[in-house]
Design a protein around this ligand. Structure first.
Ligand SMILES: C[S@@+](CC[C@H](N)C(=O)[O-])C[C@H]1O[C@@H](n2cnc3c(N)ncnc32)[C@H](O)[C@@H]1O
Length: 281
């Protein structure tokens, strides 16, 4: 199979990510952000009346119940090992990989990182202060997700980290981050989406731009190639484009894929308008 990358740079492909990544040459990607199925679409159905608004809670909540998010343990393990192996192969030794999850899948991701030789750099707790309350009152309210940050450069540890941005950058939304102090591994980022993020439609597990921009700014450089195996509504690609990185996305669901194309086109238009305004000024 002829492996090349130029014809898919700055595109989102409506295809399976394992097949898509197989066509990409070894060690050619700078940053991978993977928001895979968490395999949590199990159990009972959603009984909450969504017309009732809960002030400060983000609104219009739903339980994730999707076919793409419901596999047996063995299938999920094999699927994860396959896509992570491809991700490891295409990542540069100087690159970074981020994978999102919850307790449903994070144990598997962590063990497979270790099995495949992806060294964990940090485990981040994304604290969602506006998480939906636990309606049954039978357990604590789930209010965080976990992100693993890893690299494949072995002992050289050549991965990129913008320490100055993380320490001295401005993170207004994060009530835990103290200005000009080192950024810690608990990130307080509300899961609310800005109007522009929802302009073209919704995805049940859309990641907020503030989270993705932080990851991209901290662990990649201008012009780097950022690949997203599970691009959903295109959030990671949109954030990469906004920050002047190149992007590649894979998404199997045609509705989400179409939504992602609308969002990426709108981001392109916004950048063009800004450039024209800057030239006119
Ligand atoms: C957790 S969601 C990602 C959401 C994304 N971060 C966003 O903000 O829109 C996972 C996505 O992976 C897609 N998916 C599932 N299996 C896939 C596969 N083998 N290849 C590519 N996409 C897949 C699903 O359709 C779903 O949209």
């Amino acid at each position: 199979m002829c492996k090349q990358i130029n014809n898919i740079i700055n595109t989102i492909q409506n295809t399976d990510c394992i097949l898509g990544m197989k066509k990409i040459p070894d060690m050619s990607i700078d940053l991978i952000i993977a928001d895979p199925p968490y395999n949590l679409s199990k159990g009972g159905h959603w009984k909450w009346d969504n017309s009732i608004s809960l002030k400060g809670m983000g609104g219009n909540w739903n339980k994730v119940m999707e076919n793409w998010d419901n596999m047996s343990f063995e299938d999920y393990w094999n699927f994860t090992e396959q896509w992570l192996s491809e991700a490891k192969r295409i990542l540069k030794p100087t690159g970074s990989i981020w994978v999102c999850g919850t307790y449903h899948n994070m144990g598997i991701i962590n063990i497979l990182f270790q099995k495949l030789g992806i060294e964990i750099i940090n485990e981040i707790i994304w604290y969602k202060r506006n998480a939906f309350p636990n309606l049954a009152g039978r357990r604590f309210t789930a209010s965080h997700e976990t992100l693993l940050w890893g690299h494949v450069g072995e002992k050289k540890r050549e991965y990129y980290f913008d320490y100055v941005y993380t320490k001295n950058g401005f993170f207004a939304e994060d009530l835990m981050k103290k200005q000009d102090k080192q950024m810690r591994t608990v990130w307080d980022i509300p899961n609310n989406k800005d109007k522009e993020e929802l302009l073209y439609g919704k995805h049940p597990t859309m990641k907020p731009q503030k989270l993705l921009r932080r990851i991209i700014s901290a662990t990649s450089k201008l012009g780097d190639i950022c690949l997203t195996p599970f691009s959903g509504s295109g959030s990671e690609c949109v954030a990469a484009k906004r920050l002047n990185r190149n992007y590649i996305g894979f998404e199997t669901n045609t509705d989400y894929y179409n939504l992602s194309l609308k969002r990426i086109t709108a981001m392109g238009e916004m950048q063009k308008n800004r450039l024209e305004l800057a030239h006119a000024a």
